[in-house]
Design a protein around this ligand. Structure first.
Ligand SMILES: CC(C)(COP(=O)(O)OP(=O)(O)OC[C@H]1O[C@@H](n2cnc3c(N)ncnc32)[C@H](O)[C@@H]1OP(=O)(O)O)[C@@H](O)C(=O)NCCC(=O)NCCS
Length: 222
């Protein structure tokens, strides 16, 4: 059993708890130590029976460090956390829910999570720390960059390419061949019928750009 902590005890972190428990119910694999959370007070606290161990300082003091499952749903925030943890040399598990369907010809890099009911078909690449939320589907030949987040129920047709850090909102969809530049945000329910540049927000049906950010915006804490 490999020791593992979940970073973040918010909704995303608690969903990862369910994912890890579902995996362990199939084959016991992870020794779940508890949650690490920067808002930990030091007072005894627990989440669904698992202790809140402390802040990232707790992690820094552990040698060797446990595996870290990132309970951080927003792409930009997830990237900032990974950058901050880099000096600790922590490793991130690739977690695929037992009820997700992932084809044999799918490449998944470190830290990828695929949640309950998601479908990833064939010849797909999921970059490091990409997150495929519940019930999302990713069809043939899609390429998702690092830190991409697909919210629940997103539908990507074949050959869709999402650059690093794209954050796609609940139930959004993309027709075949659409490309989205890095760190762009797609609103919930949007339908992508055409490609989008980097660093924009787009909403609606069909999706239209409503906002443009300066390159590198994701590095700054809001
Ligand atoms: C698009 C989104 C990211 C907000 O972006 P934003 O740039 O901060 O946009 P604002 O909230 O300032 O809204 C700007 C305009 O877009 C509209 N808008 C926002 N989200 C929209 C959406 N999903 N679809 C259609 N219009 C939307 C607003 O109503 C507003 O319109 P107005 O100017 O006529 O008043 C957010 O609304 C959204 O859709 N998030 C999805 C999050 C999600 O699915 N998370 C899943 C977590 S598991």
């Amino acid at each position: 059993m490999e020791p593992l902590v979940i970073l973040g005890r918010g909704g995303h972190g608690r969903e990862l708890l369910e994912l890890v428990l579902a995996l362990n119910a199939e084959v016991p694999r992870y020794e779940l130590l508890g949650f690490v959370d920067d808002a930990a007070t030091g007072a005894p606290e627990e989440v669904h029976g698992y202790p809140v161990l402390g802040t990232r300082a707790w992690l820094a003091a552990r040698s060797p460090a446990p595996l870290v499952a990132l309970g951080v749903g927003v792409s930009a925030a997830r990237a900032r956390v990974v950058a901050a943890l880099a000096p600790l040399g922590v490793r991130f598990p690739t977690l695929v829910h037992p009820r997700a369907s992932v084809g044999r010809h799918v490449r998944m890099d470190e830290g990828v999570t695929v949640c309950d009911g998601a479908v990833v078909t064939t010849d797909v690449t999921l970059g490091a720390h990409a997150h495929v939320n519940v019930g999302a589907s990713v069809s043939h030949d899609c390429v998702l960059g690092r830190f991409v987040s697909l919210a629940p129920g997103v539908r990507l047709a074949g050959n869709v390419r999402l650059g690093d850090g794209c954050d796609v909102g609940v139930a959004a969809s993309a027709i075949p061949g659409v490309e989205v530049g890095e760190w762009s945000i797609v609103g919930g329910g949007a339908v992508l019928t055409a490609s989008l540049p980097a660093n924009v927000t787009a909403v609606g049906v069909p999706a239209r750009v409503t906002r443009t950010r300066p390159p590198g915006w994701q590095l700054r804490t809001p």
